[in-house]
Design a protein around this ligand. Structure first.
Ligand code: CP3
Length: 356
């Protein structure tokens, strides 16, 4: 494998000194880019794009051709796991993901097959190794998975949800069934991420998009405990280098102290948490990733730059910060505004990393 030329993302995650704050964007390969829309049209639809190795590789690299980003993220989706378990994932335009089969009972959970990620999700592993070779050491490659709780919400609801009624009903009325589902998913996520690491992922992120809809005790019991199990089961070193684990619970700002004890190397923050306050709370236990409101990208470029300056100042001097948005970039963003955001981080963050 070729030598990594830019490792500031991996270094910042391990809280080692860097020359400037590294940056990548959640959903950086996506619909806001015209070249992405063109490649997706070539593949036919989104899922076919995920399953097409050369085209998935192409869209992964597209944002890196445009911007000085410090990491690439595998182009795929978190819902590949339930799809591989036979739930039948499909996307209806403008409506988000849907499943043909849902999980509602003890019998449904018992009938779920055991995932063999290298076989059942071989297209993901092919994408990882192909992207890794194509990157040729330019920047590190991030692998990812959904958290067990977040995957469970989609599997129980049958798609996206406003109030998570079915998933919460199962958790509160039949907790033992929900726990069996979550435990099964945690084992699957461990296998899935370890296969991605063996295929070449150099850091991994768990997207816990819906952990923040739970109350404190329920977050601990139904989401965080399973992310801890994953942290314990992951390959943490590969090719002589630490494979950092990032945990991102959207709306999880209240629980950072508990998350910092989970075994993750870094925590993703959404924009509702002050990053300076978050740093004071987690201290030197974990790095932080985030956290500009993605909607700020609709503001004028000067306003975006000012927001970047403000977030850098709130975090303060020293390493342990990976700049990102607080959630994924949205389809309507002008790519030039994304460029202004990234440029501001590149230009303004150096002064926070001088020795002395
Ligand atoms: O960050 C990246 O660039 C990597 C790619 C990535 C995608 N999905 C591509 C995608 C990642 C990391 C995800 C994770 C994902 N998928 C999450 C967790 C992160 C988050 O955003 O909260 C969730 C909840 C999903 C499930 C999912 N997939 C949703 C809710 C949607 C949006 C549906 C829609 O039409 O807006 C998807 C589809 C999806 N995943 C798209 C992309 C680029 C858009 C599909 C398209 O091109 O039409």
């Amino acid at each position: 494998m070729s030598e990594l030329q830019n490792d500031r993302f991996l270094r910042a995650l391990m809280r080692q000194p860097v020359d400037r704050t590294p940056i990548w964007m959640m959903r950086q390969a996506g619909r806001y880019l015209p070249e992405y829309r063109a490649t997706r049209a070539q593949a036919g639809d989104f899922l076919s794009l995920c399953k097409n190795t050369p085209l998935a590789c192409e869209v992964t690299l597209q944002p890196l051709e445009r911007y000085p980003l410090d990491a690439a993220i595998l182009f795929s989706d978190i819902l590949t796991i339930p799809d591989a378990m036979g739930l039948g994932l499909y996307f209806e335009t403008g409506e988000g993901p849907k499943f043909r089969n849902v999980i509602r009972s003890e019998a449904d959970v018992a009938a779920l097959p055991t995932l063999k990620a290298d076989v059942d999700l071989d297209y993901v592993m092919n994408a990882v190794s192909t992207i890794r070779s194509a990157l040729n050491g330019r920047v590190p490659l991030i692998g990812f998975s959904g958290s067990p709780w977040t995957l469970a919400t989609y599997m129980v609801e049958g798609g996206s949800s406003k109030d998570f009624r079915e998933a919460k009903k199962l958790a509160y009325a039949q907790p033992e069934v929900m726990h069996r589902l979550l435990d099964h998913l945690a084992d699957s996520v461990i296998d899935y991420l370890n296969c991605q690491i063996r295929a070449g992922a150099q850091a991994v992120q768990i997207f816990d998009t819906w952990g923040g809809v739970l109350s404190g005790w329920a977050y601990q019991e139904f989401s965080l405990d399973y992310m801890k199990k994953i942290a314990d089961g992951l390959i943490r070193e590969n090719d002589g280098r630490r494979v950092p684990l990032i945990i991102f619970t959207k709306n999880g700002g209240q629980w950072l102290e508990a998350m910092a004890e989970s075994g993750a190397d870094a925590l993703g923050l959404d924009w509702t948490t002050d990053i300076g306050n978050a740093r004071a709370r987690v201290g030197d236990r974990v790095a932080l990733q985030g956290n500009m409101d993605p909607t700020m990208l609709y503001a004028p470029k000067e306003r975006i730059r000012q927001e970047v300056a403000d977030i850098l100042k709130r975090f303060g001097p020293g390493t342990g910060h990976v700049f990102n948005l607080g959630h994924g970039i949205t389809p309507g963003v002008d790519p030039e505004h994304a460029g202004a955001f990234i440029e501001a981080v590149v230009e303004l963050s150096g002064e926070y990393h001088r020795e002395g």
